[in-house]
Design a binder for this molecule. Structure first.
Ligand code: AMP
Length: 284
Protein backbone atom coordinates (compact mmCIF):
# COMPACT_ATOMS: atom_id res chain seq x y z
CA UNK A 1 0.00 0.00 0.00
CA UNK A 2 1.33 3.41 -0.95
CA UNK A 3 0.67 6.42 1.25
CA UNK A 4 0.16 9.62 -0.71
CA UNK A 5 -0.21 13.06 0.84
CA UNK A 6 0.02 15.44 -2.14
CA UNK A 7 -3.16 16.00 -4.18
CA UNK A 8 -1.16 16.45 -7.41
CA UNK A 9 0.69 13.18 -6.91
CA UNK A 10 -2.58 11.29 -6.20
CA UNK A 11 -4.14 12.84 -9.29
CA UNK A 12 -1.17 11.84 -11.46
CA UNK A 13 -1.29 8.24 -10.15
CA UNK A 14 -5.04 7.99 -10.80
CA UNK A 15 -4.65 9.42 -14.28
CA UNK A 16 -2.01 6.79 -15.05
CA UNK A 17 -4.18 3.99 -13.63
CA UNK A 18 -7.05 5.14 -15.85
CA UNK A 19 -4.80 5.20 -18.91
CA UNK A 20 -3.84 1.61 -18.02
CA UNK A 21 -7.56 0.74 -18.01
CA UNK A 22 -7.69 0.01 -14.29
CA UNK A 23 -11.05 0.35 -12.53
CA UNK A 24 -10.65 2.65 -9.55
CA UNK A 25 -12.86 2.51 -6.45
CA UNK A 26 -12.65 5.11 -3.70
CA UNK A 27 -13.75 5.03 -0.07
CA UNK A 28 -13.72 8.42 1.67
CA UNK A 29 -13.21 8.49 5.44
CA UNK A 30 -12.15 10.73 8.30
CA UNK A 31 -10.01 7.91 9.69
CA UNK A 32 -10.26 6.14 13.05
CA UNK A 33 -11.04 3.20 10.81
CA UNK A 34 -13.47 0.55 11.96
CA UNK A 35 -15.41 -2.41 10.57
CA UNK A 36 -17.91 -0.06 8.87
CA UNK A 37 -15.16 1.61 6.83
CA UNK A 38 -13.56 -1.76 6.05
CA UNK A 39 -16.88 -3.11 4.73
CA UNK A 40 -16.87 -0.21 2.26
CA UNK A 41 -13.36 -1.18 1.15
CA UNK A 42 -14.51 -4.78 0.58
CA UNK A 43 -17.51 -3.57 -1.42
CA UNK A 44 -15.28 -1.32 -3.56
CA UNK A 45 -12.94 -4.25 -4.11
CA UNK A 46 -15.81 -6.35 -5.55
CA UNK A 47 -15.89 -4.08 -8.59
CA UNK A 48 -12.62 -2.16 -8.65
CA UNK A 49 -9.14 -3.50 -9.34
CA UNK A 50 -7.61 -0.56 -7.47
CA UNK A 51 -8.96 0.74 -4.16
CA UNK A 52 -8.06 4.18 -2.86
CA UNK A 53 -8.97 5.06 0.71
CA UNK A 54 -8.95 8.74 1.56
CA UNK A 55 -8.33 9.80 5.14
CA UNK A 56 -9.03 13.45 5.82
CA UNK A 57 -10.65 15.07 8.85
CA UNK A 58 -12.35 17.81 6.87
CA UNK A 59 -12.40 21.03 8.95
CA UNK A 60 -15.09 22.56 6.72
CA UNK A 61 -17.74 20.07 7.78
CA UNK A 62 -17.36 20.78 11.50
CA UNK A 63 -19.27 23.61 13.17
CA UNK A 64 -17.54 26.04 15.55
CA UNK A 65 -18.74 24.14 18.64
CA UNK A 66 -18.17 20.65 17.26
CA UNK A 67 -15.43 18.10 17.92
CA UNK A 68 -12.87 18.87 15.16
CA UNK A 69 -9.99 19.08 17.62
CA UNK A 70 -10.87 16.03 19.66
CA UNK A 71 -11.81 13.86 16.64
CA UNK A 72 -9.80 10.61 17.03
CA UNK A 73 -6.69 10.41 14.81
CA UNK A 74 -4.99 7.00 15.34
CA UNK A 75 -2.95 7.32 12.14
CA UNK A 76 -0.56 4.36 12.62
CA UNK A 77 -3.46 2.04 13.46
CA UNK A 78 -5.36 3.30 10.39
CA UNK A 79 -2.36 2.53 8.17
CA UNK A 80 -2.22 -1.04 9.51
CA UNK A 81 -5.99 -1.58 9.07
CA UNK A 82 -6.05 -0.13 5.56
CA UNK A 83 -3.08 -2.28 4.56
CA UNK A 84 -4.66 -5.44 6.01
CA UNK A 85 -7.92 -4.66 4.17
CA UNK A 86 -6.05 -4.62 0.86
CA UNK A 87 -6.19 -0.87 0.15
CA UNK A 88 -3.81 0.01 -2.70
CA UNK A 89 -3.43 3.75 -2.02
CA UNK A 90 -4.03 5.60 1.20
CA UNK A 91 -4.53 9.26 0.37
CA UNK A 92 -4.00 11.28 3.56
CA UNK A 93 -3.53 14.95 2.69
CA UNK A 94 -2.79 17.82 5.05
CA UNK A 95 -5.56 20.40 5.50
CA UNK A 96 -3.24 22.94 3.82
CA UNK A 97 -2.99 20.66 0.77
CA UNK A 98 -6.79 20.55 0.37
CA UNK A 99 -7.45 24.15 1.42
CA UNK A 100 -4.40 26.25 0.51
CA UNK A 101 -4.46 29.93 1.48
CA UNK A 102 -5.69 30.83 -2.00
CA UNK A 103 -8.78 28.57 -1.67
CA UNK A 104 -12.14 30.34 -2.09
CA UNK A 105 -14.61 28.23 -4.12
CA UNK A 106 -17.18 26.13 -2.24
CA UNK A 107 -20.33 24.20 -3.13
CA UNK A 108 -23.73 25.17 -1.79
CA UNK A 109 -26.24 22.32 -1.47
CA UNK A 110 -29.98 22.75 -2.06
CA UNK A 111 -33.03 21.99 0.07
CA UNK A 112 -31.99 18.38 0.64
CA UNK A 113 -29.33 19.77 2.96
CA UNK A 114 -31.63 22.14 4.90
CA UNK A 115 -33.39 19.44 6.88
CA UNK A 116 -32.52 17.12 9.78
CA UNK A 117 -28.69 16.95 10.02
CA UNK A 118 -28.41 20.06 7.85
CA UNK A 119 -30.81 22.06 10.04
CA UNK A 120 -28.88 21.11 13.18
CA UNK A 121 -25.38 21.48 11.71
CA UNK A 122 -25.24 24.75 9.76
CA UNK A 123 -22.93 24.53 6.74
CA UNK A 124 -22.10 20.88 7.43
CA UNK A 125 -23.31 19.49 4.10
CA UNK A 126 -21.76 22.33 2.08
CA UNK A 127 -18.45 21.33 3.67
CA UNK A 128 -19.09 17.66 2.88
CA UNK A 129 -20.12 18.36 -0.73
CA UNK A 130 -17.08 20.57 -1.34
CA UNK A 131 -14.59 18.04 -0.03
CA UNK A 132 -16.29 15.11 -1.78
CA UNK A 133 -16.14 16.98 -5.11
CA UNK A 134 -12.46 17.77 -4.51
CA UNK A 135 -11.61 14.19 -3.52
CA UNK A 136 -13.45 12.85 -6.59
CA UNK A 137 -11.41 15.19 -8.79
CA UNK A 138 -8.19 14.15 -7.08
CA UNK A 139 -8.76 10.37 -7.04
CA UNK A 140 -10.69 10.12 -10.37
CA UNK A 141 -12.60 6.96 -9.38
CA UNK A 142 -15.05 4.96 -11.47
CA UNK A 143 -16.98 4.05 -8.33
CA UNK A 144 -17.22 5.67 -4.92
CA UNK A 145 -18.68 3.80 -1.95
CA UNK A 146 -20.48 5.61 0.89
CA UNK A 147 -22.27 4.17 3.91
CA UNK A 148 -26.04 4.19 4.33
CA UNK A 149 -25.25 4.95 7.98
CA UNK A 150 -25.09 8.60 6.85
CA UNK A 151 -28.20 8.33 4.70
CA UNK A 152 -28.78 12.05 4.21
CA UNK A 153 -25.14 12.53 3.23
CA UNK A 154 -25.47 9.68 0.73
CA UNK A 155 -28.59 11.26 -0.80
CA UNK A 156 -26.78 14.63 -1.05
CA UNK A 157 -23.76 13.02 -2.72
CA UNK A 158 -26.01 11.24 -5.24
CA UNK A 159 -27.65 14.63 -5.97
CA UNK A 160 -24.23 16.36 -6.23
CA UNK A 161 -22.92 13.83 -8.72
CA UNK A 162 -26.09 14.04 -10.84
CA UNK A 163 -26.35 17.84 -10.66
CA UNK A 164 -22.70 18.47 -11.58
CA UNK A 165 -22.53 15.64 -14.16
CA UNK A 166 -19.63 13.99 -12.34
CA UNK A 167 -18.74 10.76 -14.12
CA UNK A 168 -18.70 8.34 -11.19
CA UNK A 169 -21.01 5.61 -9.90
CA UNK A 170 -22.09 6.11 -6.29
CA UNK A 171 -22.60 2.87 -4.36
CA UNK A 172 -24.43 2.76 -1.00
CA UNK A 173 -23.22 0.22 1.57
CA UNK A 174 -25.33 -1.33 4.38
CA UNK A 175 -24.84 -0.29 8.00
CA UNK A 176 -22.37 -2.40 9.98
CA UNK A 177 -23.50 -2.89 13.57
CA UNK A 178 -22.02 -4.04 16.86
CA UNK A 179 -23.43 -7.18 18.47
CA UNK A 180 -26.10 -5.24 20.37
CA UNK A 181 -27.25 -3.48 17.21
CA UNK A 182 -25.43 -0.16 17.74
CA UNK A 183 -24.19 1.18 14.39
CA UNK A 184 -20.36 1.15 14.41
CA UNK A 185 -18.92 4.69 14.46
CA UNK A 186 -15.56 6.38 15.12
CA UNK A 187 -17.21 8.46 17.87
CA UNK A 188 -18.53 5.40 19.80
CA UNK A 189 -15.27 5.37 21.81
CA UNK A 190 -16.64 8.40 23.68
CA UNK A 191 -19.63 6.44 24.99
CA UNK A 192 -19.48 5.18 28.56
CA UNK A 193 -20.00 1.42 28.87
CA UNK A 194 -23.54 2.08 30.17
CA UNK A 195 -24.37 4.37 27.23
CA UNK A 196 -22.92 1.83 24.84
CA UNK A 197 -25.16 -0.99 26.03
CA UNK A 198 -28.21 1.32 26.28
CA UNK A 199 -27.54 2.44 22.69
CA UNK A 200 -29.17 -0.78 21.46
CA UNK A 201 -32.46 1.14 21.92
CA UNK A 202 -31.93 2.86 18.55
CA UNK A 203 -31.83 -0.44 16.73
CA UNK A 204 -34.77 -1.72 18.80
CA UNK A 205 -36.68 1.39 17.73
CA UNK A 206 -36.01 0.61 14.09
CA UNK A 207 -37.12 -2.98 14.68
CA UNK A 208 -40.34 -1.71 16.29
CA UNK A 209 -40.94 0.44 13.20
CA UNK A 210 -40.36 -2.61 11.00
CA UNK A 211 -42.87 -4.64 12.99
CA UNK A 212 -45.51 -1.88 12.75
CA UNK A 213 -45.06 -1.64 9.00
CA UNK A 214 -45.17 -5.42 8.60
CA UNK A 215 -48.53 -5.25 10.42
CA UNK A 216 -49.69 -2.85 7.70
CA UNK A 217 -49.79 0.28 9.82
CA UNK A 218 -49.69 3.38 7.61
CA UNK A 219 -49.52 6.07 10.30
CA UNK A 220 -45.80 6.80 9.95
CA UNK A 221 -45.72 9.90 12.16
CA UNK A 222 -47.43 7.97 14.99
CA UNK A 223 -44.90 5.12 14.63
CA UNK A 224 -42.04 7.67 14.68
CA UNK A 225 -43.50 9.20 17.88
CA UNK A 226 -43.54 5.73 19.49
CA UNK A 227 -39.90 5.18 18.58
CA UNK A 228 -39.04 8.67 19.87
CA UNK A 229 -40.69 7.76 23.20
CA UNK A 230 -38.81 4.43 23.37
CA UNK A 231 -35.48 6.24 22.96
CA UNK A 232 -36.45 9.01 25.39
CA UNK A 233 -37.28 6.39 28.04
CA UNK A 234 -33.54 5.68 28.36
CA UNK A 235 -32.01 8.09 30.85
CA UNK A 236 -29.66 10.57 29.19
CA UNK A 237 -30.81 9.74 25.64
CA UNK A 238 -32.40 12.72 23.86
CA UNK A 239 -33.54 12.37 20.25
CA UNK A 240 -32.80 15.36 17.98
CA UNK A 241 -35.21 13.84 15.49
CA UNK A 242 -36.95 10.55 14.67
CA UNK A 243 -38.82 10.63 11.38
CA UNK A 244 -39.82 8.71 8.31
CA UNK A 245 -38.65 10.41 5.12
CA UNK A 246 -38.81 10.01 1.39
CA UNK A 247 -35.55 8.32 0.41
CA UNK A 248 -34.61 10.83 -2.30
CA UNK A 249 -35.92 14.18 -1.08
CA UNK A 250 -35.75 13.62 2.67
CA UNK A 251 -39.19 15.23 2.93
CA UNK A 252 -40.91 13.91 6.09
CA UNK A 253 -43.60 11.30 5.39
CA UNK A 254 -46.61 11.19 7.76
CA UNK A 255 -48.66 8.48 6.08
CA UNK A 256 -47.49 5.53 4.02
CA UNK A 257 -48.65 4.84 0.49
CA UNK A 258 -48.87 1.23 -0.59
CA UNK A 259 -45.88 -0.01 -2.57
CA UNK A 260 -43.56 2.84 -1.55
CA UNK A 261 -40.32 2.77 0.38
CA UNK A 262 -39.57 5.07 3.31
CA UNK A 263 -36.51 5.52 5.47
CA UNK A 264 -36.77 6.01 9.19
CA UNK A 265 -33.92 8.29 10.28
CA UNK A 266 -32.90 9.26 13.78
CA UNK A 267 -30.25 11.25 15.59
CA UNK A 268 -29.94 10.86 19.34
CA UNK A 269 -27.78 12.69 21.85
CA UNK A 270 -26.32 10.16 24.28
CA UNK A 271 -24.10 11.92 26.79
CA UNK A 272 -21.44 13.75 24.77
CA UNK A 273 -22.03 11.74 21.58
CA UNK A 274 -24.62 12.04 18.80
CA UNK A 275 -25.73 8.67 17.45
CA UNK A 276 -27.18 8.35 13.95
CA UNK A 277 -29.17 5.39 12.70
CA UNK A 278 -31.71 4.58 10.02
CA UNK A 279 -33.40 1.79 8.11
CA UNK A 280 -35.43 1.51 4.93
CA UNK A 281 -38.91 -0.04 4.86
CA UNK A 282 -41.19 -1.11 2.07
CA UNK A 283 -44.90 -0.54 2.75
CA UNK A 284 -46.67 -3.43 1.03
P1 AMP B 1 -16.63 8.80 8.40
O1 AMP B 1 -15.20 8.43 8.57
O2 AMP B 1 -17.42 8.70 9.65
O3 AMP B 1 -16.81 10.10 7.66
O4 AMP B 1 -17.27 7.70 7.44
C1 AMP B 1 -16.71 7.40 6.20
C2 AMP B 1 -17.66 6.52 5.44
O5 AMP B 1 -17.91 5.32 6.17
C3 AMP B 1 -19.03 7.17 5.19
O6 AMP B 1 -19.46 6.83 3.88
C4 AMP B 1 -19.88 6.53 6.24
O7 AMP B 1 -21.26 6.50 5.91
C5 AMP B 1 -19.30 5.13 6.28
N1 AMP B 1 -19.63 4.47 7.54
C6 AMP B 1 -19.40 4.94 8.80
N2 AMP B 1 -19.88 4.07 9.73
C7 AMP B 1 -20.43 3.04 9.04
C8 AMP B 1 -21.11 1.83 9.43
N3 AMP B 1 -21.32 1.51 10.70
N4 AMP B 1 -21.53 1.01 8.44
C9 AMP B 1 -21.34 1.31 7.14
N5 AMP B 1 -20.72 2.44 6.71
C10 AMP B 1 -20.26 3.28 7.65
Amino acid sequence: MQIITEPREMQAISEKLRLNRQLIGVVMTMGALHEGHLSLVRLARETAGIVILTLFVNPRQFGANEDLHRYPRPFEQDIALAKAAGVDYLFAPEASGIYPETFQTSLVCGTLADKFEGALRQGHFNGVATVVAKLLNITKPHIAVFGEKDAQQLAIIRRLVADLNIDVTIVGAPIVREENGLAVSSRNIYLTSGERSNASILCQGLQHAGTCIALNRRDLSAIAAEVDAMVRSVQGFIPDYVSFVDEETFEPADNAEQGREYRMIMAVRAGSVRLLDNAKFLCR
